[in-house]
Design a protein around this ligand. Structure first.
Ligand code: UDP
Ligand code: MG
Length: 333
């Protein structure tokens, strides 16, 4: 349900007006969502083009679903896609991006950490310079904790090593995609897509908009350390088999060390000096044990992912999509 009048007005002004989709993953945001809607709506209304907001409810268990229904009642462009259960931020992004109708698709967090005021800037930059991707780049993370800043710094450093320099530093999931980029992403059968890596990997013409990462407006983060580690592991294994090669190198290194130690021990034996070194033996054993465990663990990371890819379970289930509703309230499907 789009603002057809505004859409047509835009069309008359400067060729075919694009349709904008704003994809917003939402999980237990009962405090933040009303504030986000209040700030986002006037900005989108002022654009003077047709738009939809795809709110993806990632299986919220608080008052969020009711709040979303209420928002939709007086904001018809606010579309609700609801997951049957919590499936994670990246899955919610996937559902939103796959279901969006827009010529341009902007993804944004629901907690106002990504300022919606930057959306018009992203859109005009993309249209003026004919770009397929506009990254929101975090200029200042002053409001994040020192721990988050440090781990994020390490994460982006490693990711740039894996994906290459075309990956902008400190670009999260606040970004604009053109229809062409969206279609390219939809064509990829990735099981656990990590968009902040996949999008630069596409190599489409891109630009950047710098923004200040604000403090979460209300509620608390849904990214505890365990989810951060999972995102990092997904990112690495999605993009590189380098850790497997690392295992090989570690194996070779420990083999060389073992040979050297063996020669040393043999020489000592020939000299007739008994080797007292049970301790070095012990250390050596520990070292080898550690190397083996690391390698098995790394293999497990990949095998686990091959396993889940072979199961080919969808990353999410949509229980409800307001776009599939007919006017008399029945489901179209
Ligand atoms: N989110 C989600 N599913 C989850 C966790 C988070 O859809 O399982 C949403 C959340 O509502 C927010 C966005 O993803 O809109 C970013 O999450 P959050 O703000 O908790 O992460 P942080 O900004 O602290 O990294
Ligand atoms: Mg946040």
């Amino acid at each position: 349900m789009f603002n057809a009048a505004a859409h047509d007005a835009g069309k008359a002004a400067e060729g075919p007006a694009p349709l904008l989709s704003v994809v917003m993953p939402i999980y237990n945001e009962q405090e933040a969502l009303p504030l986000t809607v209040e700030r986002l709506r006037p900005i989108l209304d002022d654009l003077g083009i047709g738009y939809e907001v795809v709110g993806v409810d990632d299986g919220s268990t608080d008052a969020t679903p009711a709040i979303m229904q209420k928002v939709r009642q007086d904001w018809p462009q606010f579309r609700i896609v609801r997951f049957a259960r919590n499936s994670g931020h990246q899955a919610a992004l996937t559902a939103g991006i796959h279901r969006a109708f827009g010529d341009y698709v902007v993804s944004i967090d629901a907690d106002l950490q990504d300022p919606p005021e930057k959306i018009p800037e992203m859109l005009s930059l993309a249209r003026e310079r004919n770009l397929d991707v506009v990254y929101g780049v975090r200029g200042d993370r002053g409001t994040d904790t020192a721990f988050k800043r440090r781990t994020a710094g390490a994460y982006y450093w490693l990711m740039r090593k894996l994906v290459g320099k075309k990956m902008p530093n400190q670009a999260g999931d606040f970004r604009l995609l053109s229809r062409a980029a969206v279609n390219a992403l939809k064509a990829m059968p990735e099981h656990q897509p990590v968009y902040r890596l996949l999008v630069p990997w596409l190599g489409f013409p891109s630009g950047e908009v710098v923004y200040v990462r604000e403090e979460r407006v209300a509620g608390s983060t849904h990214y505890p350390l365990s989810k951060m580690v999972r995102l990092a592991l997904d990112s690495i294994t999605n993009f590189s088999a380098a850790p497997l090669r690392l295992a090989t190198w570690l194996g070779m290194l420990s083999f060389v060390l073992c040979v050297a130690l063996g020669i040393y021990t043999a020489v000592e034996y020939v000299r007739g000096e008994t080797v007292p070194g049970w301790s070095s033996l012990f250390v050596g054993m520990l070292f080898l044990g550690a190397v083996q465990l690391i390698c098995i663990g790394l293999l497990g990371e990949y095998v686990g992912r091959i396993y889940s890819a072979a199961q080919a379970r969808p990353a999410y289930f949509v229980g409800y999509d307001s776009a599939e509703e007919t006017d008399d309230g029945t489901r179209r499907v």
